[in-house]
Design a binder for this molecule. Structure first.
Ligand code: SF4
Length: 214
């Protein structure tokens, strides 16, 4: 029986919560479509530009983008090529491995990203109306659900370095790149550390065999 079956929902709390999440995802999709359309973009194009804007510059490959979008590599290539044709993205070889192509925003792409700052704001406004303790509880429970879905390979979760088990803050104090990532054995600037990374592994999951290096 699917979550859409009202009989199942009547008997099963997990089915009721699952249905609520499905309805939420439909609402988010509809809102995202309207918000992206205001900028002349599809939601996936908007997500792609925001991925390039917020991800560490050495991780903006098409492969990483495909994982973020939950699409095939070929689909991600199509999305990227359309944005390149519109003059919003450019491709360049990676600084550490020139076989890897990285994505960069053009000035026009940067400008559109600034207009996308309100993407998701309708949902944030609705959540902000919840009581603080309800919001904290929701954050805890949904967070656990998100990480278990990441464990199952259903989605990619990108976060900045602080709170990651691999992050070594101020490993080289005073240097232009003072922080270090033990996973990739590379030093990071403060700007790099603030941008998101799909290999983020929360300290709380360390030692559980949890989130992988990807
Ligand atoms: S693995 Fe962790 S420390 Fe390394 S770059 Fe990613 S988020 Fe930062």
């Amino acid at each position: 029986m699917s979550l859409y079956d009202p009989e199942r929902r009547r008997e099963d709390p997990a089915a009721r919560v699952g249905m609520a999440l499905l309805r939420l995802s439909q609402a988010v999709k509809k809102l995202s479509l309207a918000e992206a359309e205001e900028q002349g973009l599809t939601p996936v194009q908007a997500q792609t530009l925001l991925f390039v804007r917020h991800t560490k510059p050495f991780l903006t490959s098409v492969g990483r983008l495909a994982a973020e979008l939950g699409t095939t590599h070929a689909t991600a290539v199509g999305v990227v090529d359309a944005l390149v044709r519109r003059g919003l993205l450019v491709k360049e070889p990676g600084p550490f491995d020139r076989r890897v192509t990285l994505l960069r925003l053009t000035p026009a792409g940067e400008a559109i990203c600034r207009n996308l700052d309100r993407l998701g704001q309708t949902l944030a406004d609705a959540l902000a109306r919840l009581a603080a303790e309800d919001l904290a509880s929701l954050e805890r429970h949904l967070g656990a659900l998100v990480w278990s879905l990441r464990e199952a390979g259903a989605l990619q979760v990108s976060e900045p370095c602080r709170g990651c088990v691999h992050f070594q803050e101020d490993a080289d104090p005073g240097a232009p790149e003072p922080h270090r990532c033990a996973l990739i054995a590379r030093y990071l600037s403060e700007e790099d550390a603030r941008r998101v990374c799909p290999d983020f592994t929360p300290v709380t999951l360390a030692g559980t065999g949890g989130a992988g290096a990807g």
